[in-house]
Design a protein around this ligand. Structure first.
Ligand code: HEC
Ligand code: HEC
Length: 323
């Protein structure tokens, strides 16, 4: 300890103590703050099936083999999972398409992950759910009019190994690019169609700030809740998933039924969330990688406080030198 005593009166000692204390505080905060949902690779959109193109028997097999162990063969719930009979197909579509279900750990909140089944299998699962598990028409329907996932070039890209000559391969790549562009255009047209007339992001922003921002952050970066739960970032969510999150109220999220936020307000909200998603960085003077307002506030606070304390020490030191 001698070296500390010896240096305690050094003019820089005060700064060192303050900086150390703030650094410790910062590290401590980072250690206890739950990691917000890491952006995971988007689910690949294997050719999106129309809802009619389904196989109910296949859906039953999927349910029995991957869901029933926790939710019961009849979906009435059990020791490891809740009753699904009243949640509605929008909840099934949301939970499976965001990769939350099938859950790996019934005691923990599930992060967003790539979907474990194909779109075709999910459609079959939903058909089986509607036919054999759903209680009447309880719960929300899948909002099929709301666009889902945007096309991904990876789904069109040809495999080099499928071609003998470089020329054929290049030709196939060009074809794939054209197909992808066309699919993307179609998707964008579908999306524009969906938000036509409501792309008044002012209203969407107000709805977002009053209903969602206190959990998901002003920029959609997510944030911590109580009990080790967290509101995930919403930058990867498709328009349909945003809609379904609202009508199903997953986990600790409240439900915003169509009576609470009418479909048109949901469209406004979705168009606003899409503008948040489109911005590479949702603003702020310093690029803090969208850590969210609480963390940004904390950083501002720590840095600001350090400056104020440093000034105080400097002024006192000047004063002493003067005396
Ligand atoms: C390991 C157990 C487990 C498996 C397997 C599982 N689930 Fe779940 N499921 C849960 C738990 C636990 C919850 C509650 C999660 C929460 O509240 O955060 C849940 C929640 C849900 C919900 C949301 C219910 C609501 O109230 O909104 C749906 C829908 C769902 N599961 C569907 C499925 C489907 C479909 C499968 C099969 C593909 C499946 N689950 C597989 C444990 C499981
Ligand atoms: C009380 C806090 C809370 C509020 C308010 C809230 N959410 Fe959530 N939200 C959550 C939680 C928690 C989850 C994750 C649930 C889970 O995984 O079980 C979630 C999940 C989501 C997801 C899924 C994200 C993904 O891609 O994985 C979307 C989208 C979403 N919320 C949108 C909204 C919108 C839009 C609003 C406002 C209308 C809103 N939320 C209001 C807590 C909240």
């Amino acid at each position: 300890m001698k070296w500390i005593t010896a240096r305690r009166r050094h003019p820089l000692a005060g700064y060192v103590v303050v900086i150390l204390a703030l650094a410790l505080f910062g590290v401590g905060y980072a250690a206890v703050a739950p990691t917000s949902d890491q952006a995971q690779a988007q689910t690949l959109a294997a050719d999106v099936q129309s809802p009619e193109d389904v196989d109910v028997a296949e859906g039953k097999t999927i349910f029995d083999q991957t869901c029933a162990s926790c939710h019961g063969l009849d979906g009435s719930g059990g020791e490891f999972g809740p009753d699904l009979r009243d949640v509605g197909p929008a909840a099934i579509d949301f939970q499976v398409s965001t990769g939350r279900m099938p859950s790996m750990n019934p005691d923990a909140q599930m992060p967003r992950k790539p979907m474990v089944m194909t779109e075709q299998e999910l459609a079959s699962l939903i058909a089986y759910y509607n036919e054999s598990i759903r209680n009447g028409d309880n719960g929300a329907d899948v909002p099929y009019d709301v666009p889902d996932i945007a096309p991904d070039f990876a789904d069109f890209e040809p495999l080099r190994s499928d071609f003998d000559s470089e020329e054929d391969y290049h030709e196939a790549v060009e074809e794939a690019e054209a197909e992808y562009e066309a699919a993307l255009e179609e998707y964008e047209a579908e999306y524009d169609d969906y938000i036509t007339g409501v792309d008044n992001t002012d209203m969407g922003m107000r709805l977002y700030l009053t209903n969602c921002a206190h959990c998901h952050g002003w920029s959609g970066g997510g944030g911590a809740l109580t009990d080790g739960r967290w509101a995930p970032e919403i930058h990867e969510s498709t328009p349909r998933e945003i809609y379904e999150a609202m009508v199903s109220g997953p986990g600790a999220m409240p439900m915003f039924s169509d009576g609470v936020l009418v479909p048109e307000e949901k469209q406004e909200l979705i168009s606003y969330v899409k503008t948040l998603q489109a911005e590479p960085n949702a603003g702020g003077i310093f690029d803090l990688q969208r850590v969210g307002q609480v963390a940004e506030g904390l950083i501002g606070w720590v840095v600001g406080l350090a400056l104020i304390v440093a000034c105080a020490i400097w002024i006192t030191a000047k004063q002493r030198a003067h005396d």
